[in-house]
Design a protein around this ligand. Structure first.
Ligand code: IDC
Length: 499
């Protein structure tokens, strides 16, 4: 029953089985195809079973002999649709059988996210089909005991087993990183641009350095949520980024992808489309010689809730852009209720290696608890990886002297801080435009070369937006098309910062 009620906070809209989702799942499922073990796909169950039960019980069982050719990397794929007779939430749980059911753990899910606060692999499916990639321990358990599927609020129509498909080498990586995207060659950088001049960045002590070992500050704009629709993602275009680098004098753009909010990557958003927007953003930034920060925008929750999806997504980006050198990663925007030692640090310790497997020395920025403010915690127990920075966020009308003191103390104690998001207004993003407090923060950023990115490159009708509401231009904005906030930050970028 505990599990049942734990689901209630995840009431999600019904997700239809779109062609895009199928294409997405197929492309993920074909990962590792070229490796040693041949792949075979067998439908082991089909029907129309409504998991509309009020009891927690096994709904479908698949006998152990069906798993004879299973090994690490094999997949169990479940096709489903949302039940309209049942609960308004949905969940599937994958178990191995034996004398009793036993949750399958350690493998990775594609097309769903785990329930809050649980270690179990009970997932809320967000795309169809949902697939589970097994570990070698899972494969042995399935071979001896068979498989059981349990759940709520879904009608399951088909179970397919995909055996083989990954080699022993690929199996060492059981984090869902077996993406089959190709690593792109290093692009030529354009003379005179920030990346051309400063090259790959690295972290030493509390500071970020360029390839000439000079302290370097990244600064510029953050997009708003790219998952919120065209009004927000339309600024991801080459002309816009040219404006940001040439006219606004900035050197970095942050690409924001919410996993859980509206239309989020793990909340019914069209994954291939969202991924493409982020990838386009990386390409445009690269063409303009900018640094680009890919932000997995955990917002108001424990990052472990969307960890498996984060690993798959970030690994794919890291693999594809491993040679670029201008891509930075932000693995959790603003965790809440997530103590550093027990939640965020273990999360980072799992996610960072997945990125580093490909992007060996990329700068990775880790969020801190309480909307990325508790920078004292990692100071006591820092991560052991190189080239890692820690996030602090300010909204000038809400966070004043005491917060500046916290940042200053942390830096003086040696913590590398990156302000991946700041607003000139209230923390809500709306109201409270405060020029004087913003300027105090700009002074602090200058004093310590703190990198800082402004929320947001958007024309949403809220104080934090840089572009006036109703303006349909997607690049080349005139001063009259900027909000008070936009004018203040652009002026700051032009006059206080060096590209
Ligand atoms: C806010 C947006 C708002 C949107 C909301 C969604 O400004 O339009 O409806 O998110 O949840 C943050 C977050 C950032 C917030 C922003 C303002 O990282 O996602 O954006 N903010 O509230 N931290 C502090 C402030």
């Amino acid at each position: 029953m505990k599990k049942l009620f734990a689901c209630l906070s995840f009431i999600v809209a019904l997700v239809s089985c779109s062609a895009d989702f199928l294409a997405e799942a197929e492309s993920v499922l074909s990962a590792g195809e070229t490796k040693s073990t041949p792949k075979s796909s067998t439908t082991v169950w089909s029907g129309n079973t409504d998991f509309n039960d009020s009891e927690w019980k096994v709904n479908i069982q698949i006998p152990s002999n069906k798993f004879a050719s299973f090994s690490a990397g094999s997949k169990i794929q479940v096709e489903w649709y949302a039940s309209n007779t049942a609960k308004n939430y949905k969940k599937l749980q994958f178990d191995s059988m034996g004398s009793s059911w036993n949750e399958l753990t350690g493998g990775s899910f594609i097309g769903g996210y785990k329930e809050s606060g649980e270690n179990s692999p009970g997932v809320i499916p967000t795309s169809n089909p949902l697939a589970y990639t097994v570990t070698s321990a899972n494969a042995s358990a399935l071979k001896s005991g068979g498989f059981a599927l349990m759940g709520y609020g879904v009608v399951v129509t088909k179970i397919t087993l995909i055996s083989g498909g990954t080699s022993a080498k690929e199996n060492q990586d059981e984090s869902g990183t077996s993406s089959d995207v190709a690593t792109k060659p290093k692009p030529t950088s354009v003379t005179g641009t920030p990346f051309y001049n400063h090259g790959k960045l690295h972290v030493s002590g509390a500071y970020l350095y360029d390839s000439h070992n000079q302290k370097y500050q990244l600064y510029g704009m953050s997009t708003h949520g790219l998952n919120f629709g065209d009004d927000f993602s339309r600024y991801v275009n080459e002309d816009a980024f040219k404006t940001l680098v040439d006219d606004w004098n900035t050197n970095c753009i942050r690409l924001v992808l919410y996993p859980k909010d509206y239309n989020g990557y793990c909340n019914g958003g069209d994954k291939s489309k969202l991924k493409q927007i982020v990838k386009n953003g990386i390409e445009y930034a690269t063409k303009c010689g900018m640094y680009v920060l890919v932000d997995w925008h955990v917002h108001n929750y424990n990052p472990n809730e969307t960890k498996e999806e984060a690993k798959i997504f970030l690994a794919e980006i890291a693999k594809e852009y491993a040679n670029y050198g201008n891509v930075l990663y932000e693995i959790c925007n603003e965790p809440t209720g997530s103590p550093w030692d027990s939640s965020i640090k273990p999360y980072a310790e799992e996610v960072i290696p997945v990125i580093r497997k490909y992007a060996k020395d990329a700068v990775i920025i880790v969020g801190t608890n309480t909307w990325s403010q508790d920078v004292e915690e990692p100071l006591q127990n820092p991560l052991k990886f190189s080239n890692v920075m820690y996030t602090f966020h300010f909204y000038a009308n809400s966070h004043t002297d005491s917060f500046r003191n916290r940042v200053e103390n942390a830096i003086n104690s040696g913590l590398p801080i990156f302000i991946t998001e700041f607003g000139t207004c209230d923390a809500s993003g709306n109201g409270g435009f405060n020029e004087a407090e913003s300027k105090k923060w700009f002074d602090l950023c200058k004093k310590y070369s703190i990198s800082h990115l402004n929320w947001s490159l958007s024309s949403k009708s809220e104080t934090a937006s840089a572009i006036v509401s109703g303006c349909s231009k997607t690049s080349g904005w005139t001063s009259g098309e900027l909000t008070d906030s936009g004018k203040l930050v652009v002026n700051h970028f032009r006059s206080d910062c060096t590209r």
